[in-house]
Design a protein around this ligand. Structure first.
Ligand code: LMR
Length: 393
């Protein structure tokens, strides 16, 4: 049976996890997978999550099935966290999913059911798992220019020019904030211009927002997606709690859709449920229940917000520290964009060979495209990391 199979193309990020695990060098630096790390290099359970889990443990009386939409209170709270009051509730539906990836996958499948001829436009570059998921859904894909590696900025005019070529009903995948892998983000004015283009060309926005709170703040990071939600008749949003609640392995996400009318929203949501049923059936409950306990309680929510704010502040400080160290070691402003980028990642603009040398000679791990997870930077060794980067240039 299985002898007919070929090895799948390895996922760059998952490959790196294995390489790092097998590296015995004690001073290794993990700037690979997008997982938050504290000063000690740990990925702790957030205090607000720990407390919510204790409430759950004390209060949960059954583990019977909840249904295809998972915890519907979680769905409502997540919709509020992402969209605020940007769109009328009557036109919005949401279902809980296994992580942000689960949301992406079932929404792509839904779009394939709705418009099998649509092309999904993704940023160049984008998260390496976007394209495999689009392909698995059966949709076509194309890319729009996004990142200028020499300046570390968004190629906005080129992006708009490419999207202007899309055909009506094509899907435009946008990173809601904290662009992965580049760290370069749209300004609010640029979101507005994208929104105008989407309306004018009758394109369908699909926002992937997996790092809300890690860029400028929980509300500021949702400004783009909220702008679109207030403007367009219909859209999809995939959101994740992996990062901002640090519940990576619990697989907590939410698929949100906006439709022109309540009736169409109901129709799309029932199709979304049927996609989920044919795939994994119902989402796991534990992490989403903890998130629901936090978001539904003003005091717990405020305490969680303080934790998210601290994570963001630490990443911004690390960005500034690395940019300063790189300025010192290069004697130039070449890497100043690291301080201006937001979110967990920046793309340094190194060659694959330079990335391999950093790994082999300095035990510094980053994705082959030179994406670094700034949260993995060791606070007390920024100078060493900058020195190593400059040594391979
Ligand atoms: C990342 O980009 O590193 C994360 O989203 C983890 C993953 O699944 O790739």
């Amino acid at each position: 049976m299985f002898e007919t199979l070929k090895q799948p193309a390895p996922d760059k990020i998952l490959t790196l996890i294995a390489l790092l695990r097998d590296d015995p060098r004690p001073n290794k630096v993990d700037l690979g997978v997008g997982v938050y790390k504290d000063r000690e290099g740990r990925t702790p359970i957030m205090q607000s999550v720990r407390e919510a889990e204790q409430v759950l443990f004390a209060e949960q009386t059954t583990k019977t099935y909840l249904g295809l939409a998972g915890d519907t209170t979680f769905d409502t709270l997540m919709t509020g966290l992402v969209l605020g009051d940007a769109a009328p509730a009557a036109r919005v539906r949401a279902i809980q999913t296994p992580g942000g990836s689960g949301a992406l996958r079932i929404l792509f499948d839904l779009l394939h059911r709705a418009k099998p001829d649509a092309t999904v436009w993704v940023s160049d570059p984008t998260w390496p798992n976007h394209v495999p998921m689009i392909e698995a859904s059966g949709l076509a894909h194309a890319s729009y220019p996004y990142f200028d590696a020499t300046t570390g900025t968004v190629r906005f005019e080129a992006m708009l020019a490419a999207l202007a070529q899309a055909k009506p009903n094509d899907v435009v995948l946008l990173h809601g904030c904290c662009h992965n892998p580049t760290g370069a983000n749209l300004t609010f004015e640029q979101w507005r211009a994208v929104g105008r283009l989407l309306l004018e060309k009758n394109l369908f926005p699909f926002v992937d927002i997996a790092y809300q709170g890690f860029g400028e703040g929980l509300d500021a990071d949702a400004a783009g997606v909220r702008l679109l939600a207030a403007l367009v008749p219909a859209m999809c949003v995939a959101t994740s709690c992996s990062k901002n609640f640090s519940v990576y392995r619990d697989r907590v996400g939410c698929a949100i859709l906006l439709a022109p009318s309540a009736a169409e929203a109901d129709l799309a949501c029932s199709q979304l449920g049927s996609v989920a049923r044919a795939n994994y059936s119902m989402p796991p409950d534990h992490g989403a229940a903890a998130v629901r306990i936090i978001l539904g309680d003003p005091a717990r929510r405020a305490a969680w917000t303080v934790e998210v704010d601290a994570i963001r502040a630490r990443m911004i400080a690390l960005r500034e520290g690395l940019a300063a160290a790189l300025r010192k070691h290069t004697g130039t402003e070449r890497f100043d964009f690291v301080a201006r980028h937001r979110g967990m990642f920046s793309r340094l603009g190194l060659s694959v060979e330079q990335v391999h040398r950093l790994r082999a000679e300095h035990a510094i791990y980053m994705v082959e495209d030179s994406r670094v997870n700034v949260a993995g930077l060791p606070d007390d060794r920024l100078d060493d990391v900058a020195h190593a980067i400059v040594a391979v240039l």
